[in-house]
Design a protein around this ligand. Structure first.
Ligand code: S3P
Length: 188
C-alpha cells in the first residue's frame, strides 16, 4: 500500500476493454480507498442489468441514470471509480468528473481492446455489429474527448499491476503540484 492520501476521487475513463475495472480494483487497494464500479451502481439503482436497461428502456434512459449515479458518487467520500466507456462523453458528467475527480484515461490499442472484450459478451453496444468496426468508430469519436482527462496512461498487454504502478507514479507527481487533491501521508 502506498503512503499517498487522496482527497479526491480517481475516476478511470476509456473504452470498453481498456481494463478500468481490473486496474481500478487494484489501484483502490494500493490507495487504501474503496473501489466503485459505476455500471454496477447503475444496475443496482435500476434493478436491471445494463443489457436489460438498453433493451427494455433504451440507451438514452441508461445515460440519464449514468449521469445521476455518477453525480451521486462524486458527492461522496474519495474512492476509485471505474466509469462506463460512454460516461465521459456526456458533457455534464464530464464537467462534474473534471471538477471533482482526478480523471485518468486508460488508452489501449484496438487489438488489446478486442482481445479483452472477446472474453465476455455482455456489452450491448458491441452486439450491434462487427466488434472491430464498432470499436474503431468509438475510438475515432471518443479518443479526442478522453484526451481531456487529467492524464493518460497507455495500456500495453501486460498485467494490471503495471498500469497501477504507472498511475501511482503519475498521481504522486500530480499531488506534488496540487496539494489540495491529496498528500503524501506522514508515517509515524
Ligand atoms: C458503454 C460501456 C460499458 C457500459 C455500457 C455502455 C459505452 O461499460 O457502460 O455498455 O458506451 O462504452 P464498460 O466500459 O465498463 O464496458
Amino acid at each position: 500500500m502506498s503512503n499517498l492520501e487522496l482527497r479526491r476521487t480517481v475516476a478511470l475513463v476509456g473504452l470498453m476493454g481498456a481494463g478500468k475495472t481490473s486496474v481500478g480494483r487494484r489501484l483502490a487497494q494500493e490507495l487504501n480507498l474503496p473501489f466503485v464500479d459505476a455500471d454496477t451502481e447503475i444496475e443496482a439503482a435500476a434493478g436491471q442489468s445494463i443489457e436489460e436497461i438498453f433493451v427494455c428502456r433504451g440507451e438514452a434512459f441508461f445515460r440519464d441514470g449514468e449521469r445521476r449515479v455518477i453525480a451521486r458518487l462524486l458527492d461522496g467520500a474519495p474512492h476509485v471509480l471505474a466509469t462506463g466507456g460512454g460516461a465521459f462523453m456526456d458533457a455534464s458528467t464530464r464537467a462534474l468528473l473534471k471538477e471533482r475527480a482526478i480523471t485518468v484515461w486508460i488508452k489501449a490499442d484496438i487489438d488489446i481492446l478486442l482481445a479483452r472484450v472477446a472474453r465476455r459478451n455482455h456489452r450491448p453496444l458491441l452486439k450491434q455489429g462487427d466488434k472491430r468496426a464498432i470499436l474503431e468508430k468509438l475510438m475515432a469519436e471518443r479518443h479526442p474527448v478522453y484526451a481531456d482527462a487529467t492524464f493518460t496512461i497507455n495500456s500495453g498487454d501486460g498485467p494490471p499491476e503495471e498500469m497501477v504502478a504507472a498511475i501511482m507514479a503519475r498521481l504522486e507527481d500530480y499531488i506534488a503540484g496540487h496539494p489540495e487533491a491529496g498528500a503524501a501521508a506522514v508515517t509515524p
